[in-house]
Write a protein that binds this ligand. Structure first.
Ligand SMILES: CC(C)(COP(=O)(O)OP(=O)(O)OC[C@H]1O[C@@H](n2cnc3c(N)ncnc32)[C@H](O)[C@@H]1OP(=O)(O)O)[C@@H](O)C(=O)NCCC(=O)NCCS
Length: 330
């Protein structure tokens, strides 16, 4: 049996649709104001996919960019994992469609659905495949098209979300001191109803009535999710730091899920640390669900905010309820 080896992120990529939907646009659609959206969430605009774009159409260019940046050919990929709750269709898995479009002909492929924590869970799986020598290189993608499952007559939800995709290539680290050194996963299914699409599954199959009652759109209990999120972000950061004998001073950057600026501010307040410890792009893209963290990571690298040897934390939380954290040394 071969010994475990450490996995690291070798390259990143992202893709965002061109079309912008601003708060001023939303003011014309529902009873809301730019001022309310900015002060309650921090979001100013978000991207919207074209009617003929499916999640695989966003995922493929993000993945191609990650492959190019990693210097890895599609045939070298051993597994494609897509985190998304807005797949192209229920079956086949969208990861298979992506695998085919990319030409990853030596790869297995599967989807996971863990909503806003999806990229963290998918990265955790990819890391294990590499550590245990099942694969040498794994493509992990987080992508969602919320604009197709959001009710644009419901001001409680339509202002919060956007469309986008991010991707990473994971591979073995040559150096034991580099790469993913800890992960944390958590769930509380008692909160499953707080973020949901009520109809269209086996619990409530699609009928004319479910469509008429608008039950195929995302419903959120914003207050409960907000309460949960503000606590869990700090809790998981603290847990991982403590068990690795680290303090926040050792951490260069935290890339949190981009749901609401006030959730991130509350974590900064809890640790009494400056906001620039946290990467933020929700003002430009809103909450792209599984896309937020890999998009954030790609942008943070592009902006020179992460350098070799830096400790970086990726922190996801949301539907399920679920949460998860990936800790790595760059
Ligand atoms: C949704 C969210 C921004 C609301 O912020 P909040 O501070 O809880 O909201 P408040 O309590 O201040 O305000 C709620 C009021 O604003 C109203 N409101 C909701 N959306 C609005 C909008 N777009 N424009 C204006 N008013 C709005 C509500 O109807 C409610 O009115 P009421 O009190 O008369 O019933 C916040 O709770 C949040 O970000 N929650 C998490 C979101 C989420 O689930 N994301 C996905 C998973 S990570």
């Amino acid at each position: 049996m071969r010994s475990l080896r450490r996995a690291k992120i070798m390259g990143t990529g992202m893709y965002l649709p061109e079309k912008r939907l601003t708060n001023a646009d939303l003011e014309k659609m529902v009873d809301t104001t730019d001022e309310w959206i900015v002060t309650r969430s921090g979001i100013r605009e978000r991207r919207i996919a074209e009617p003929d774009q499916a999640v695989s159409d966003l995922a493929v260019p993000a993945a191609q960019m990650a492959l190019k940046n990693a210097g890895i050919a599609p045939e070298q990929i051993g597994c494609v994992i897509l985190a998304s709750f807005t797949p192209d269709r229920t079956i086949s898995a969208t990861a298979c469609i992506i695998q085919h479009k990319l030409g990853c002909k030596n790869a297995g492929a599967f989807d996971i659905e863990v909503a806003c924590s999806g990229f963290i869970y998918a990265t955790t799986l990819g890391r294990s495949l590499i550590e245990t020598h099942v694969c040498d290189y794994v493509l992990v993608i987080g992508a969602d098209i919320l604009s197709k499952v959001i009710d644009f007559t419901d001001r409680n939800t339509c202002v919060l979300f956007g469309d986008g995709a991010g991707a990473v290539v994971l591979g073995p680290s040559a150096n034991e001191d580099e790469g993913i050194f800890d992960v944390l996963l958590g769930a509380d299914g008692g909160g499953a109803d707080h973020i949901t699409i009520p109809a269209g599954g086996t619990q409530m199959p699609t009928t004319v009535k479910t469509v008429e009652d608008r039950l195929h759109y995302v419903k959120i209990n914003g207050k409960e999710v907000f309460k949960f999120s503000t606590k869990i972000v700090g809790d998981m950061i603290e847990q991982v730091l403590t068990r690795n004998n680290l303090t926040l001073d050792n951490v260069k950057l935290i890339i949190p899920h981009q749901a609401n600026i006030r959730i991130i501010e509350s974590a900064a307040k809890r640790f009494n640390c400056p906001m620039d410890k946290f990467f933020i792009n929700l003002d430009r893209y809103g909450n792209t669900v599984a896309g937020t963290i890999p998009i954030g990571l790609h942008e943070a690298l592009g902006e020179g905010k992460i350098n070799k040897g830096d400790i970086v934390l990726l922190a996801g939380f949301g539907g399920g309820l679920t949460w998860g954290l990936v800790a790595m040394k760059w």
